[in-house]
Ligand binder design. Structure first.
Ligand code: SF4
Ligand code: SF4
Length: 431
């Protein structure tokens, strides 16, 4: 069993080294795979990540399990909730994987944070466990003890083709590791240590979110399996092991309300359609793609559903973002600036918007034949502004329509009708 430098644990809790993964030096070959096992384990978890993955659509887990996704191996899922097997039959595959007799490569997926079992052991208990084994020193038929999930992680991670932490609890410790927790909970990365590499040489892959979108997970698994198949490149991950194409931008950069922020319009209460930053949204500093991708099947997502961003994908969650529902202090500077600049820009845009909402014919006739309302005509000031605006708009470019003398290019002859039938002066008939 390896030993790592001892991270400090507050409150007199024991240090980490005994939890380090066991060595398994062999490297699995790249190449076409028919099947791949996925060992899903849950530590300090609410099972929300399982639920969200069950709702994934792109691709859905049904296709992966049935082996019907093109170029994908069939996935054999060993899941404490979803598997049909139970008891010793369920645990046998875990034992085979640890013994190296599984026959096919496998991926480890860990949901929930990793508790420090040594704390629980002090009182003879455990935080999370899966299966039981004969206690050491006991003869066959003797007493059994539960096997902590952390032990299974420690046993299987070194031989896995990849180890994936799903959800913020597994990626960064999440809520179970918040200030004051009694379990010493930590992330998979913290547990396995900086030197951890899978059998394919990959550090822990992190898909954060509480819960993350299921599609973020299945899409990443899809990309990794393509790589393991030898038919795709290694997907791009950032310095924290997040798929960079999914977590490279902030919520704010994809938010449907960002236009309101830019124009300095902020809601003061829930239910408002404007930007939510003044009621506690952390979106401008949070890496997450939920507004762009939606929560399930491209639908929903926090701001789309009217909710603020509480930064659930971030390593600092929840302590660095609490109390929730209070405006982030840094937002005061940017919202004040947005109010000043955005207030001017917003008014100018309204004028342009009013201009764009009129047909060219209505401008010439100074009348809008709408049966819905009496729309005000253009004022002299507005006309002057539109005149200069259009001059600027077409500066150095050709204005739409025909230049005088070019009428024949369209018709090859006289345009029909009378000049008064046309709003421009390009008609030659009667001239
Ligand atoms: S609601 Fe949040 S993420 Fe959206 S624009 Fe406002 S601050 Fe940005
Ligand atoms: S928008 Fe914020 S609260 Fe919502 S999923 Fe993304 S990080 Fe979590």
């Amino acid at each position: 069993m390896g030993t790592a430098t001892e991270p400090k644990i507050r409150g007199g809790q024991p240090s980490i080294p005994a939890t380090m993964p066991q060595e398994q030096p062999e490297r699995l070959p790249l190449g076409p795979l028919k099947t791949i096992h996925v060992f899903w384990m849950a530590g300090m978890s609410c099972d929300g990540c399982t639920i969200t993955v069950a709702g994934a659509t792109n691709p859905g887990i049904e296709g992966l399990l049935m082996g019907t996704v093109p170029a994908m191996p069939k996935v054999l899922l060993h899941h404490p909730v979803l598997s049909v097997e139970s008891g010793a039959e369920f645990m046998q595959s875990f034992k085979d994987a640890h013994a190296g007799t599984l026959g096919d490569p496998y991926v480890v997926v860990f949901e929930g944070s990793v508790p420090d079992e040594r704390i629980a052991k002090r009182t003879g208990g455990y935080w999370s466990a899966m299966g039981s084994e004969l206690m050491s020193g006991e003869a066959e038929g003797g007493r059994h003890a539960v096997v902590p999930t952390t032990e299974w992680l420690s046993r299987l991670a070194p031989g896995a083709a990849a180890t994936i932490a799903i959800g913020t609890c597994a990626t960064w410790g999440g809520i179970p590791s918040a200030e004051g927790n009694p379990t010493g909970a930590m992330s998979v990365m913290d547990f396995l240590g900086k030197d951890y590499r899978s059998a394919f040489g990959l550090p822990v892959i992190n898909i954060p979110g509480c819960a993350p979108q299921g599609d973020n997970f299945t899409e990443t698994v899809f990309a990794i399996l393509l790589f393991l198949q030898g038919i795709g490149p290694l997907p791009a991950f950032d310095e924290l092991g997040r798929p960079s194409w999914l977590y490279g931008e902030t919520v704010h950069q994809g938010c449907t309300r960002a236009g309101y922020y830019e124009e300095g319009v902020f809601t003061k209460e829930y239910g408002g359609k404007e930007c939510l930053v003044e009621i506690g949204c952390w979106g401008p500093v949070v890496n997450c793609n939920i507004v762009k991708r939606g929560a399930i099947n491209h639908m929903g997502g926090c701001m789309a559903a009217g909710g603020i961003c509480i930064a659930c994908t971030m390593p600092g969650f929840p302590d660095k973002f609490s109390p929730f529902y209070k405006a982030p202090p840094g937002g005061i500077i940017s919202t004040t600036m947005s109010r000043g600049v955005g207030g001017v820009i917003r008014r100018l845009r309204r004028l342009s918007n009013r201009h764009a909402n009129r047909e060219r014919r209505w401008d010439v006739n100074d009348d809008v034949p709408s049966g819905w309302a009496n729309l005000p005509g253009s004022t002299v000031g507005l006309k002057a502004m539109e005149f200069f605006y259009q001059k600027w708009q077409h500066w150095g470019a050709r204005k739409p329509g025909r230049n005088p003398g070019e009428e024949q290019r369209l018709w090859g002859g006289m345009r029909p009708g009378k000049p008064s039938d046309y709003i421009d002066d390009s008609v030659s008939e009667g001239k």
